[in-house]
Design a binder for this molecule. Sequence first.
Ligand SMILES: Nc1ncnc2c1ncn2[C@@H]1O[C@H](COP(=O)(O)OP(=O)(O)OP(=O)(O)O)[C@@H](O)[C@H]1O
Length: 639
Amino acid sequence: MSPLAIELGAPDTDSDADLAIRACLNPNDPKSFFLYAGAGSGKTRSLKEALDDFRDRHGDEFRRAGKKVAVITYTNAAADEIAARVGQDALFPISTIHSFCWSHIGTYYTDIQAWLLATLPNDLADLREKQSKGRAGTKAADDRERAIAATIKRLDWLSVPRRFTYSPNGDNFGADSLSHSEVLKITAAFILAKPAMQAVLVNKFPFLLIDESQDTNKILIDAFFALAAANTGKFALGLFGDTMQRIYADGLPDLGRNIPPEWARPVKRMNHRSPQRVVQLGNSLRSAVDSQIQLARDDSMVGTVRLFIVAADVTDKPDKERKARERMAELCGDAGWTEDATVKTLTLEHHMAASRRGFVPMFQALDKDSRLATGLRNGELAGLRLFTERVAPLLAASTAGDEFAVMSHLRKNSPLLKRSVLANSLTPEDPLLPARAAVEALVALGVENPSTQFLDILGCVAEHELFEIPAALRPFIKVEPASATPETTVSDTNDDEVEEEAEASPSSLQAWRAFLETPYNQVGPFAEYISNRGPFGTHQGVKGLEFDRVLVVLDDSEARGFLFSYEKLFGAKPLSDQDRKNAAEGADTGIDRTRRLLYVTCTRAEKSLALVAYTESPDTLAAAVVKQGWFSADELERL
Ligand SMILES: Nc1ncnc2c1ncn2[C@@H]1O[C@H](COP(=O)(O)OP(=O)(O)OP(=O)(O)O)[C@@H](O)[C@H]1O
């Protein structure tokens, strides 16, 4: 098929799939189903419609019986997207897979301890065996040695009864905290082995719907399958997903091959999101993997796709990307391409976005400590949230002259406006005076000035006791708050505290110190970035989302990991012996992973799509992508 050939279909082509799903969600005869369909085929929409329909037909009955339909997905962004589309309803709790699991096992302390005591010795034996066989003096050997020591210490800690903590969104450190993978494994083990846990799940959630199920941990998926098989007629599983969009390594690679015959398997062939040219590109990218061919809507636009090829050693990459956008504006007759706010630029890694948005110093400082990595990337570190969620909104409201917003923010977040503090105010004639003085002092620091550091802001907040200081940042404040009120003490013992203590571990001090010495004016672009509202996103982070204009940056030289290589996928760089060996053994290769990632990014586009490929071999790349049938020669431009 030439790059421009595409089959069209009527918008209602797939309506049978929705009817089939509705039939499965029947409390009197629950039936599991598996909806696997390509990007933009309306899987999330089918999920929403199924829930709306369920609410109308069975909502009252379920509410009366205290039953719910659980909806789980992989990332917070995807959970938010579903919540936005479906609306908040206690009948349909929407959560990420990790928080769902933790909510079910979190209180089973004794069982968790027993599981760890049974599992850790095996892990230890495994590590020791690897250590004895591996070469000494390598980084891997050092890491193993550390892991062995940590496991021994943990086993020792477990010699008396313990309680456990876990943060689904952050980094988990500290003896009592469970790792992400432990939480998934423990949940799977409990589902399989504990009738009480099975009964709770099945009675409370007769339906469990999993969006993005291709990325759900394979051990857990197997446990859910077993749960469904053991509870036919009482419980059903509904899987929505697309194997071509599997990004995380622990998803079940061949999900789809082992679906029990009694399950329903509705089919969706349409792409409702993208213009014809993008749908065709998606089809040709996935043709090497499976035979799914999507149809574009018969009322869709043809759309525009361009691949801009740029030499890898150019010095000003953002300038090249600006030029690509200007060219897209011209080609599409669409001025939206020139506005930051109306183009979504996707980089492979966060630090590439950081360099384009100007928050490299703070990002790099914290990224040096790998234990802060996840919390840095999703903005959940308490030490960061002081600035992004407390100080920045306060200063924004103050700069806008919105006194009402200032006071409402302080009432919610500041100890200075707690009732007991106000009642015992040292300035009874104007109890709000200390709060006002604090805001004025912050404003006076000149927050836009590049010489104002996070450290200055922190010092000012601490001096005025404007907000509580998270544990990670306490070592850096000179003045201890003079009047720790009973409230501060009480709220210090909340759930965040455990995480905060962990962030504050001595080895993280250096990273926090380096961060605090960077300019505060990076906080705006950083907060915008982590909230997913800004003009940048990562290739992995935009799964499930959609944008009018998408610019995908392909740049192996800026990528830090070895998991992906666009140069190899595009034929600009030869495969290594290891790649060939993996491919020959049928293992998931870097090229497979990169192809899936490219499929995800390209299929986010609702109107037009630009790719900017930085390459060491522009001619080879150009020839290869035309030969593969991904682009026509007139869709390539050199910049
Ligand atoms: N039957 C339909 N009629 C009109 N618009 C639709 C229909 N189905 C889906 N859409 C729209 O198409 C877009 C893609 O749908 P949705 O996000 O549900 O697809 P998806 O299969 O979950 O996508 P992906 O796997 O790529 O994340 C959305 O904007 C959605 O509103």
